[in-house]
Design a protein around this ligand. Sequence first.
Ligand code: NIG
Ligand code: FE
Length: 413
Amino acid sequence: MATLFKNIKELIQVRTKPISFVSGKEMNGLPTIKNAYLIVKEGLIFDFGEMDNCPKSDFAQVIDATGKMILPSWCDSHTHIVYAGNRESEFVDRINGLSYEDIANRGGGILNSAKKLQETSEDDLYQQSKTRLEEVIRLGTGAVEIKSGYGLTTEAELKMLRVIKRLKENYPIEIKATFLGAHAVPSNFKNNKEGYLQLLIEEVMPKIAEENLAEYVDVFCETGYFSVSDTELILKAGRKHGLIPKIHVNQFTAIGGVQVGVKYNALSVDHLEEMREEDIDVLKNTSTMPVALPSCSYFLSIPYTPARQMIDAGLPLALASDYNPGSTPSGNMNFVVSTACIKMRMTPEEAINAATLNGAYAMGLEKEVGTISIGKQANLILTKPINSYGFIPYSFGTHHIDKVFLKGKLIEN
Ligand code: NIG
Ligand code: FE
């Protein structure tokens, strides 16, 4: 049962040799084949090349892509799509002049979402979350990382992670789960942060390991949330349970979070809106992927990650959505890619590499997804007729996707 895509105007992000990620100048190279074919078999990419060499065999299905392009699905390595309710009243508060910090200090923000989630049943939480997962799949996302961190009690954190597990079981999209218990100090531990960290380490983490509910561990390492030494405590405990770090750092203040990430071999350090020279330097020649979240900068009107400076210094960069109810109520990776070009001065090639191959690496999925390579999952975006791939970021806000495929199967709208 093979499917042939023929007459593809341009097949984008074609990699014939295994590659983990691209960095520095390499980020500006995006290999493509014009007038291409692509064959998908049993959910995987089986073959591709120029139309002149297209095999003449019988195919179960033939899709004519004349005028259209194909690229690997977006790899969104940082989301919080399992949450309950929304926070549009805080959005209005911000319009009226309050800052993200002011709102958090009034007991809003993450604690507001935690309260809602604690009161929501696991089934209801699953229903709310699956709607968002289906939405991002239709928008071209083919692999996604999802964090806990709106539970902030043993029971509610486990509830979030079990919902993620159910999503993994029920959808063809690749999903990775991250434990973010250290997202905020809950009100019942207001003056006892140490007690909360102890709960996470002694009670919650062992349960997560026992039920095999997460691959990664995250901490919101930020002034007013968790310090560098709190972060070290959590990462050390995570290591005992085989949880690899992927952490929130340098969103509002630079306090040494990048350094602790590198020290503990984090797979990624995410946000990075506030970067000092030494934060860029410490990431050089490491296996830690810096991840920028431009939709968060857009929504909160905070600085954008200095992508130009980082890439010009030779670093790799991945792009992700940060889809969450407080700082980024959008999981649209097309918008992320556009915003990276428009506001962070990334070229279309750099942005597409950052949102596919480098995003896959930031989830430990670079062998499965992120490029058009034989043996990888056939997670594909088929565009509407477009002039060039540069049109994708250029036409911001326009829906340029015709169809999406996960493991070779068409996702019905
Ligand atoms: O990545 N910064 C920490 N966590 C989320 C936002 C949390 C919230 O406001 O609900 C983020 O931006
Ligand atoms: Fe986040």
